[in-house]
Design a protein around this ligand. Sequence first.
Ligand code: AMP
Ligand code: GLY
Length: 436
Amino acid sequence: MNGAQVGESGPLSSLPVRVLVVGSGAREHALVLALAQDPQVTALACAPGNAGTAAVAEQRGLDVRDGAAVVALARDWTADLVVIGPEIPLVAGVADAVRDAGFACFGPGAEAARIEGSKGFAKDVMAAAGVPTAASVIVDNPARLDDALAGFTPPYVVKDDGLAAGKGVVVSEDLDAARAHAMHLLDEGHPVLLEAYLDGPEASLFCLVDGTAVVPLLPAQDFKRVGDGDAGPNTGGMGAYAPLPWAGADLADELVRLVVQPVADEMAKRGTPFSGLLYAGLALTSNGPSVIEFNCRFGDPETQVVLALLRTPLAGVLHAVATGRLAELPPLEWSDGAAVTVVVAADGYPGTPRLGDVIAGGDGEGVLHAGTRRRDDGATVSAGGRVLSVVGTGADLAAARAEAYGRLEGVHLAGSHHRTDIGLRAEKGEITVPGR
Ligand code: AMP
Ligand code: GLY
């Protein structure tokens, strides 16, 4: 079957059957597991994948940044739908190459992916769309740094303008630490974004967007700092839970109206419509929701909890987005209850991780793989900073936490670390939105 025919043919009943997922993290493991449960999916591949995805999907080698290589694989494997997980290929234009070759593709083109690839661009879109976000200044000249910093009060927020895998941000009361981080980025030739501090709990809202229509998934919360109690440096994400028991049932709709639909409309107006997953990272402040960042893809680790609760078959959903038919999709169906995931990180992460340690218990229920690979002798070993993402579900957050942490006890990786407090404050009812 040829992917172009799927895109051009009739209604949603003509679902994709062969789905190629590009990427290799726990997000991609969650995607292939959800796709595998969709009765319409007859074949799955994940490239380059990891030891976990290889148990569910055919594994192919791939440089995900190489658009020609992704197209060649989609042709060779006769994919009906290509789903691109990570931001690096999206920002590099791989989705454009895949679509130009006639395949249905889930993920934005390079122009639209700039919403994540450049924080300055995202600020510009938000200003034009009237979307609330922290006041900010871009600095690209060290001589202007001190004047720019003087315009802010502590805590200082200093960000890399470009992609930094969640690790380009320093939030500090200490002006010297803020200045040092900014100088380090500038020395490496990266423009720096200085931003006003936002108070209030954070939420991640994933929205399906097909250029015009916007459909929110369940709101989730991510834990960015490496240590319990939000201590230590930022990471790519150490755990997540969904939904948010402390938020009103109308949060997702409010955020679509206030933030995501205006941004989708602005992108379309600019001639660069966004198609794929638009992820709004927000602070729910005393002055209302305010955007911290946009991502152009499913978030990791939030995807692991959001998809654990999604009951609607996933391939039809992603295909509807890829073919511009999101408005025809019936309302999404969700399981009651909650999901929690806890990331198991390698020794050294978020600095340089130690690799090659043997993982025991990695094939247990709810254990999703991130940085893992199968060694020639058959052992599963660590191959990245975030190694596993252990998921539990339950009737409520307490039950989901108990299942996730119970499952984690069956997993062993020398030198690994994880947070013990994922979802704990929410479970105890300690999270409140200021002013509410
Ligand atoms: P980002 O890479 O922009 O998502 O930032 C990573 C993390 O830094 C966020 O999840 C927040 O915890 C924190 N952060 C970023 N920007 C701000 C801000 N303006 N105010 C407070 N915290 C922030
Ligand atoms: N959970 C943070 C991210 O995916 O960027």
